[in-house]
Design a protein around this ligand. Structure first.
Ligand code: CP
Ligand code: NVA
Length: 308
């Protein structure tokens, strides 16, 4: 059984195959209605259960549309409305029941450990729809978006600016190893990547630069990425964190230092006027709306890969 919990769990070949299938499926359905199924309906008669412990717009919508395009159906479970790991039913028993009802589960959780535990009890695949440690589906879809705009990502330079210690930056570090691109992180010392991911990066020979200077991080870059300064459930002094990250705003001046054909990416939701200015996110280099759309295409391919 194949789960999709971390990018680091999978081989470069498998990850490349997922991206390539996403590209070809997207191309084949040009002109189709948004939720119309693909011709081969590989998920016909199958279903996905989604559990969200945290809010979501894109992940919720894009997984639902992905499943429809594959010819199947989805159901969203509110953890407060089911017995999910509460006093009256163990997580293990909930997992056993879901195994009887659906073909695959997607979980968004504050606890990466919960995700791994739930995955162990399920006898069907589980997909990480964002945890405190990683956001692998977003990063896979961002690779697809990058390659649509600028060609193969291998050997290119991607810059991550702002909070260097969150779920997005962790998955991006894992992707840098698997897709072999250079990653430059511009962040203050306090928000550098954590020890666990740094030691993984070292072991896996990631071409990683960490600098306190955002200007150095974006120099010669093919793509500038950032994320909210305060993530969901981030238990920090928000005001203090935002103050520390202020010099790391992606604005026109910073974008000018990157390559002239560099693109700007943000997974959304965005803190406009904080991590990025309106001018950049609404500007010509920004690909954020296509990023949101591509969640559908990358996730179709991830679901299919898990079930193949
Ligand atoms: N990018 C992303 O995961 O968005 P949502 O939180 O809206 O799902
Ligand atoms: N780092 C952000 C990503 C949102 C999609 C968060 O966890 O809130």
């Amino acid at each position: 059984m194949k789960n999709f919990i971390n990018i680091s769990d999978h081989s470069s070949n498998d990850l490349r195959a997922i991206i390539d299938e996403a590209k070809s499926r997207k191309l084949k359905r040009k002109g189709f209605n948004k939720s119309a199924p693909d011709e081969d309906k590989p998920f016909d008669g199958k279903s996905l259960a989604m559990i969200f412990e945290k809010p979501s717009t894109r992940t919720r919508m894009s997984f639902d549309i992905a499943v429809k395009q594959l010819g199947g159906s989805s159901i969203t479970l509110n953890p407060d409305g089911i017995h999910y790991g509460k006093g009256d039913e163990s997580l293990k028993d909930t997992a056993k029941v879901l195994t009887e009802y659906v073909d695959i589960v997607m979980l968004r959780t504050s606890s990466h450990k919960n995700l791994e535990e739930f995955g162990q009890y399920l006898e069907i695949p589980i997909i990480n729809g964002l945890s405190d440690f990683g956001h692998p589906c977003q990063i896979m879809s961002d690779i697809l978006t990058y390659e649509e705009s600028n060609g193969p990502i291998t050997g290119k330079t991607i810059s991550w600016i702002g909070d260097g210690n969150n779920n997005m930056s962790n998955s991006l570090i894992e992707a840098a190893a698997k897709f072999d691109f250079n990653l430059k992180i511009g962040c203050p010392k306090k928000y550098e990547p954590g020890k666990k991911i740094l030691s993984w990066a070292k072991k896996n020979k990631v071409n990683l630069t960490i600098t306190k200077k955002p200007e150095d991080a974006v120099k010669d870059s093919d793509c500038v990425m950032t994320d909210k300064w305060v993530s969901m459930n981030d238990k920090v002094n928000k005001k203090a964190k935002k103050k520390t990250l202020k010099p790391y705003q992606v604005n026109k001046k910073l974008m000018k230092i990157a390559k002239s054909d560099a693109i700007f990416m943000h997974c959304l939701p965005v803190g406009r006027g904080e991590e990025v200015t309106d001018e950049v996110i609404d500007g010509k280099q920004s690909v954020v709306w296509r990023q949101a759309l591509n969640r559908v295409h990358a996730q179709k391919s991830i679901i299919k890969w898990c079930l193949d």
